[in-house]
Ligand binder design. Sequence first.
Ligand code: NAD
Length: 547
Amino acid sequence: MSSVATPSTAGPAGEFRNESPTDFSRRENREHFRQALATARGTFPVQIPLVIDGRRVETADKIESRDPSHLERIVAISASATVEDTDRAVAAARRAMADWSRQPAEARAEVLTRAAAVIRRRKHEYAAALVYEAAKPWREADADVDEAIDFLEYYAREAVRLASPRRLQGYLLGERNDLVYTPVGVVGVIGPWNFPFAIPTGMATAALAAGNTVILKPAEQTPLAAWLLVRALEEAGIPPGVINLLPGRGEVCGARLVTHPDVQMIVFTGSREVGLRILREATSVADGQHYVRRVVTEMGGKNAIIVDSSADLDSSVPDVLASAFGFAGQKCSACSRLILLDEIYDEYLHRLRDGAASLKLGPADDPATQVSAVIDEEARAKVQSYIELGRREATAVYTGETEARHAGGCFVAPSVFAVDSPRHRLAQEEIFGPVLTVLRARDFEHALEIANGTAYALTGGVHSRTPSHLDLARREYQCGNLYLNRTITGAIVGRQPFGGYRLSGVGSKAGGPDYLKQFLVARVVSENTMRHGTASLITAESAPDLD
Ligand code: NAD
């Protein structure tokens, strides 16, 4: 039986369980997915409107999203929101707050778990869209959809957990203290293209589960994924205005959302440059604005894996290759620095070179593809400029070639460069493509010092069979998610709550027990229960005649 058809046993009342990945080793699943790819191609270009107050709105300006593997294929043509459209969406979200915020948490959770069921039923259809819109290879696209389902199911349960007033422990008789959480207000959600389904779903549905209303602004490159999410929520019964879809340009509708006086919170995932700008702009208080806007920004990384001489190289090399070049290195968690201890440096590079040379570059709809195209021409030019920098200033360990058949897409073959200085730009800047920088360390302490020596702190890894090294890494490795003896990508909701600190982000970990609280205001109600007597309600009828 196809894994798509398998119903989940985890309803809102059950325990949270992660969605199972599709088993593509089974022929029926492969065939089903091939069909889904063909069906998806038949729908292109998908026309995507704005969704404001449940209504479809067209705009004069349009944005095309193209398949990075075949640039001639237009995947979607989306509307592009103006500042005025943004204001209308915020007004709709504000109106919808009155009812949505007062719904019981269970009712909101039910809508979200129904949306999860819709997506689960159409998992291959959704994943196929990501294969074409974001050039996600089969497994990566499948995992993106699974993560979205997990977010819906997880945050629905979290909202119910946080909803009942909590009696605070007290030792004084005659006093009652309750902690209650109430929604923040209208939330602007600004998403990236690299997890175009999972990340906007996570950010938006956490806000919704907590009783807020949302304006969702997807990345210009991937409006289709957001459109699919909004349609699943609509099918699940979300009331008009509770989620509004605002595809458009970051500097137009995104910028307006960030400073709109009726948007109480911005939750963003994307680059450091835009994230820091949003932090500056969103926290300024306009005349007459009676609150400081909350801001959550998940930003970039320059993640490292340290390998010492006790590591099992048979598993380390494939893990490093998968972490560095999976989805063409375009995961915020991707490995972009490899720190090798002196004594294994040469042997490791020898193996790594062979491994990198064996990776298959190709279009995302080919199931054999390991390294897909990067998202667009701008990304390709940026990654290419780092490769040229490496050719000029570093030692090329491996530089792959693209072939004539790759000419129609944004392909960049994997490259590995070794640098002497940890301060080199290749070792400091987020490249966001299939480029790995290798550094040499004297000993494990030196390796940790190099790993910690960037502005970022997102993911990190260690491959070692030396317990004292693993212990030291647990204590001293400065990153939000540390992985020992495994890949450093692929965090799973509930199991590996995800997020960084320093310039990698501000906020609590997504998919973890603290995340939802960011979308809630905590209030404490204290009552003196030693009141003397009671006041009965005096009505005109019951009032004693005092004459
Ligand atoms: P980006 O910053 O270019 O764009 C992100 C979003 O911001 C888009 O929707 C864009 O339209 C919008 N935007 C752009 N300018 C804006 C402005 N002035 N005001 C408001 N919104 C604006 O990022 P990207 O290229 O889409 O994503 C890649 C980046 O995201 C990488 O740096 C990656 O590391 C990071 N990322 C981080 C995480 C994490 O959890 N830490 C996860 C995924 C991606």
